[in-house]
Design a protein around this ligand. Structure first.
Ligand code: SF4
Length: 293
């Protein structure tokens, strides 16, 4: 199979491009997304939340290549045999590309690893992990203009359908290429430069630029509601290619019509961070886990 633009062999089927043309196509798509949705400016300071997986590592690599003022932030939850491995690859990539990388751990910030929290309590790993991670991302992104994540088109189509199925208007309203903008000055805006890139495109790009990231799954990943939606959408996409893209474009077109009751932003009375409740989930969890012996 030949590239549709030159005589080289194609490395991707839709669009049918060789290595050189696929890289142009992919990087152009990301540049256009940044411009079209006003994600950030050339002078902005950008923090990329990196896990060591293909999406966030490719994003950090690409923003660095495009000469943005970018740094990586990785969170070590303390999941033995998993996070230590993904962080090794990430450190090597950042060293090779001279990209600043900061690693913060649950142990250093909350005095316990995720493994210890799970062993001592009855909490669902992903719930605790999500709350503590969000807290660290919020804390460490304060001096930046934007916090970029590697969320892709597949993730976003799943989020839209899942929030529709749950009737969760407030989460639905907050999804999109940019979020958290007007919440408060205490909250750095969240941006998704890979919003229009499929998982398959990112995987291909990461291989072509030589990231060679091993697939490594967290031992705590459970058969969540979200994974069921992922499998369902993958099945439909196989039968009707383009379905996920249509969900995204439908959402972007009608997002402005989604109305959710908004009040003044409120803040946790203990830590002062944005929170819908009097005491935020992080403070509640920290209080709970401090009692684990
Ligand atoms: Fe954390 Fe769950 Fe992701 Fe594992 S799968 S890193 S526990 S959110």
């Amino acid at each position: 199979m030949k590239c549709s633009l030159c005589n080289e062999n194609a490395v991707f089927s839709s669009p049918r491009y060789c290595k050189k043309h696929f890289i142009y196509y992919f990087e152009d798509k990301v540049k256009n997304t940044i411009k079209k949705y006003g994600l950030f400016k050339k002078t902005d300071k950008i923090l990329v939340a990196v896990s060591g997986g293909k999406d966030s590592s490719s994003l950090l690599y690409l923003l660095n290549k495009l000469r943005y003022n970018v740094s990586g932030l990785a969170i070590d939850e303390g999941i033995s045999g998993y996070r230590d491995k993904t962080l090794e690859g990430l450190k090597k990539m950042c060293k090779k590309n001279s990209t600043p990388l900061k690693i913060v751990s649950f142990n250093e910030k909350f005095n316990k690893t995720l493994d210890e929290i799970i062993k001592k309590g009855k909490d669902r790993p992903c719930s605790v992990c999500g709350i503590l991670r969000r807290n660290l991302l919020n804390t460490y992104s304060k001096s930046f203009d934007a916090l970029a994540t590697g969320h892709n088109l597949d993730d976003e189509a799943q989020a839209i359908i899942m929030n529709l199925a749950k009737g969760n208007v407030s989460l639905l309203e907050r999804t999109g290429p940019v979020s958290g903008v007007a919440l408060s000055e205490k909250f750095t805006k969240r941006v998704k430069p890979f919003y229009l890139c499929s998982e398959k495109e990112i995987m291909t790009y990461s291989l072509l630029i030589g990231l060679n990231i091993e697939f490594n799954e967290c031992p705590y990943v459970d058969i969540s509601f979200r994974l069921r939606f992922r499998d369902l959408l993958n099945e439909i996409e196989l039968e009707k290619p383009g379905t996920k893209r249509k969900i995204i474009y439908w959402f972007l077109k009608y997002k402005k019509n989604i109305k959710n009751k908004k009040g003044e932003p409120s803040f946790c009375i203990k830590c002062g961070e944005p929170s819908a409740k009097k005491i935020c989930n992080t403070c509640l969890y920290l209080e709970k886990i401090s009692q684990y012996k």
